[in-house]
Design a protein around this ligand. Structure first.
Ligand code: EPZ
Length: 429
């Protein structure tokens, strides 16, 4: 097991480049199976979830290389559409391989993704949409199998603007016969990034980023080269690291328009945020003010992925802040760990009441999911004394060597690996 050891109290300063977006790269790498030639994707972050996706593509028969953020995939050698169960279990978002594999090869078999620590995370919107496109779906013994000679364009209206379902159905529609309209579609920046990639491959997609997306199916797609956009959640996390340490940090390679809700709330706490082109700078000089209300919501609302990291900041703000989590049903796992560090938080159903305290104190805490883990690191950066964050593998799913990024900005944080436990004879008592 690995852990991060943090000596709190250092003010972060300096400039850092934000790496490519995990949540943009994952659906794009799934879409590559529809290309008809070697396709290159740049600025793919070096994350555990990305390598699971690349291993899945290799297991299907594609030729895949990863070299310092540059991914090359040749999908022409794919010979099966059975996604291996053990890889599927490592990353539930491999569910959005269903659309591309089904529409390109006429079949797909995946193991039903489990829930995770933030909620049950069903896939009913994905399956209902694929059925409307003409897929025959069997869902038994923990596996989902889909078959379709050829998908047919359809009008789909999502009960909820699900990011993954919007992505899955956009990809499935790209090679379907005729026109597909997706109503109540997700509007996250990653949807626009996926649409840009599909169009680069030769797909016909209109309206991505709005709540209605229209896809005109084409007989086949080509190959292309593509750059992944910056990771808005990593950018938000680094801004919060600067704010919680009274620091002054500049981020390069950021799309500020992706972070409007977060920047607005940061300014409400009293920190200064300045935007110029693809550079964001945060400077905190004085005390933090509490924020009346943060309510997570689909884009352009406040992003659920930054709810936990933002809560860490608010544990040190003057006054009471109310945070409501409306996207996932169980995304307050970080609260009990923050309470171990002295935070004053009360949770009532899907709202957390955070009363600011003067100081947090370092403690041994445990990451429960990737964003909760990041929140605990932020709290450790501000806490008095030493904080140890256990189960770092959660953090590695979404942040490329977070401790190195923070060290570059002046944090005292190191990764410690457990000495191999020696299993040997017990000494005589
Ligand atoms: C994507 O997950 C992101 N993951 C999540 O980021 C992010 O938190 C989420 O969107 C919301 O923005 C990736 O892009 C890989 P949803 P996704 O479908 O697609 C329910 C991170 O930290 N729902 O928009 O799974 C679902 O249970 C991760 O990087 C159904 O009920 O999110 C949830 O309550 C965590 N049925 C809500 O909708 C369905 O068929 C939003 O889920 C699908 C979803």
């Amino acid at each position: 097991m690995e852990r991060l050891v943090i000596e709190g109290g250092e003010r972060l300063s300096g400039s850092i480049r934000v790496h490519g977006s995990k949540n943009a790269a994952l659906p794009i790498l799934a879409a590559v199976v529809m290309a008809d030639g070697e396709t290159v994707v740049h600025d793919v972050p070096n994350l555990d979830d990305i390598h699971v996706m690349l291993d899945i593509l290799r297991s299907l028969g594609a030729r895949v290389t990863y070299d310092n953020g540059n991914v090359t995939v040749d999908p022409r050698t794919i010979h099966t559409t059975d996604v291996p169960e053990h890889l599927m279990r490592l990353m539930r978002s491999s569910i959005f391989l269903m659309g591309p594999l089904l529409t390109r090869f006429g079949s797909v078999r995946v193991s039903k993704p489990g829930g995770c620590t933030i909620g049950s995370r069903p896939v009913d919107f994905h399956l209902k949409g694929l059925e409307l496109l003409g897929a025959e779906i069997t869902d038994r013994h923990g596996f989902i199998e889909c078959r379709a000679e050829r998908l047919r364009g359809a009008t789909i209206f999502l009960d909820y603007p699900s990011v993954g379902a919007t992505e899955n159905l956009m990809m499935a529609a790209a090679l379907a016969d005729g026109e597909t309209v997706i109503g109540n579609a997700a509007r996250e920046p990653e949807i626009r990034d996926l649409a840009d990639f599909l169009v680069r491959l030769g797909a016909r997609v209109r309206g991505a980023g709005e709540d209605t997306i229209t896809i005109e199916g084409v007989p086949r797609l080509a190959s292309c080269e593509f750059d992944v956009s910056p990771d808005r959640v990593v950018a938000g996390t680094l801004l919060l690291a600067a704010a919680v340490t009274r620091g002054n940090v500049q981020l390069r390679n950021v799309r500020a328009a992706d972070l409007t809700a977060v920047i607005t709330k940061l300014r409400e706490t009293g920190v200064q945020v300045t935007v110029s082109h693809d550079i964001l700078e945060l400077k905190r000089t004085g005390a933090l003010r509490a924020v009346d209300r943060i309510q997570t919501a689909p884009f352009p609302g406040f992003p659920t992925d930054l709810q936990a990291p933002f809560m860490s900041l608010l544990t040190l703000a003057n006054g009471i802040s109310v945070i409501s989590e409306t996207v996932f049903e169980d995304r307050f796992q970080h609260v009990s760990e923050l309470q171990r560090m002295g935070a004053a938080i009360k949770v009532d159903l899907r709202s957390a009441f955070v009363r600011g305290v003067k100081e947090l104190s370092g403690a041994v805490v445990e990451a429960t999911d990737l964003r909760a883990g990041a929140a605990l690191v932020l709290a450790g950066l501000a806490a008095e004394g030493t904080t140890v964050v256990e189960r770092v593998h959660h953090i590695d799913r979404g942040y490329e060597a977070l401790e190195l990024q923070l060290q570059d900005l002046g944090a005292r944080i190191t990764r410690v690996r457990d000495a191999k436990r020696r299993i040997g004879k017990k000494a005589d008592a």
